[in-house]
Design a protein around this ligand. Sequence first.
Ligand code: SR1
Ligand code: MG
Length: 394
Amino acid sequence: MSQLKQTYYEPLTEDAAICLALSLNIFADNALLSCKEIGDGNLNLVFHIINEHDGKGIIIKQALPYAKVVGESWPLTVKRAKIEADALKTFGQLAPDYVPKVYFTDDVLAVTVMEDLSHLVIARKGFINGETYPLLSKHLGEYLAKTLFYTSDYGLGPSEKKAEVQKFSNPELCKITEELIFTDPYFDADTNQFEDGLRTDVEALWEDDELKFHVNVLKRSFLTEAEVLLHGDLHTGSVFAANSETKVIDPEFAFYGPAGFDIGQVFANLLFEVIVNVPKRGLFIQHIETVWNVFKKEYTYLWNTENKESSAKTELFLSYNLSKFFEDALGFTGCELIRRTVGLAHVADLDTIEDAQARLTAKRSTLELGKVLIKQRKEIFNLDAFITKVKEVI
Ligand code: SR1
Ligand code: MG
């Protein structure tokens, strides 16, 4: 593959993306390339390039210098492309089955060229269209165990981990999370987006001092606890799926934070389906159970076999850590449920419910469940108690 000598940033067009692909010699000389910009996320351009001769393709993802979801009035640097490319490489080494292969990156152009996953579907879209992806939770449990163990002090050793903490310093994207998840939904912020019918419920959040106390405790954990390299935005829009395959994409929010954050985002985004998809509720509850059970089993195995801190390798300390991850995960689950209902960047699971009354009912459930999980996380000691609480509240 040849080296690109890009000296300045400019957003790619579809034609420019083809020129870039050709210059990298990824395709055969006689390739007939076509390109479509397919990005439907909140921040980036995504180009899908195919060789019409054999149908083989690549993805070129490029960071834009602003948040696409809002527009140019919300400037962002394109440094996140390097964080994302580095995180894809790290996670790809730790959990190769579940991460797309990276072919090329360029920090100036802010691009990552990677494996074409167009045979898969974004899990959230698949769920909304009736898919359940039976292996998704097993795969995500394994992905979480490997990434959250191997990037920790226990998997890496404290000195190497400190170097990784520096490498993955990501203040700009952390600020987005700090504001959109932990701050703005709890007062009358300009960024909030909610329908009029929900105003009374939202105003009740703003006046709930007990809730705001707990959210600030969770926010402090997010700000200060550099436990593991997080994906940082692990919702079901960051997962490509098929019945037998799962790939975790888009780790541009990666940074060192509390392990429960990624687990909580997975729980919350499965809970959206538990709440809205009544006929398949049982399957999505099983998915949540499998994520935690597989995570716990695999993490325990890695703890016992790969632990670099021999003095920490006791059953009691493992159990303490797993309990902490679970408690934190429940709190972060609650925060994600609330922010996707009230704040900027909603989820289609809720917003595509056509009947206005049914939509409001579902959103009231996400708010109520979010509040309960945040406030009661210390009393919900295990998975059974969590599932019982979910069934009680929704
Ligand atoms: C301004 S970015 C809004 C949201 O999109 C991303 O996927 C993250 O979830 C972020 O909070
Ligand atoms: Mg994303």
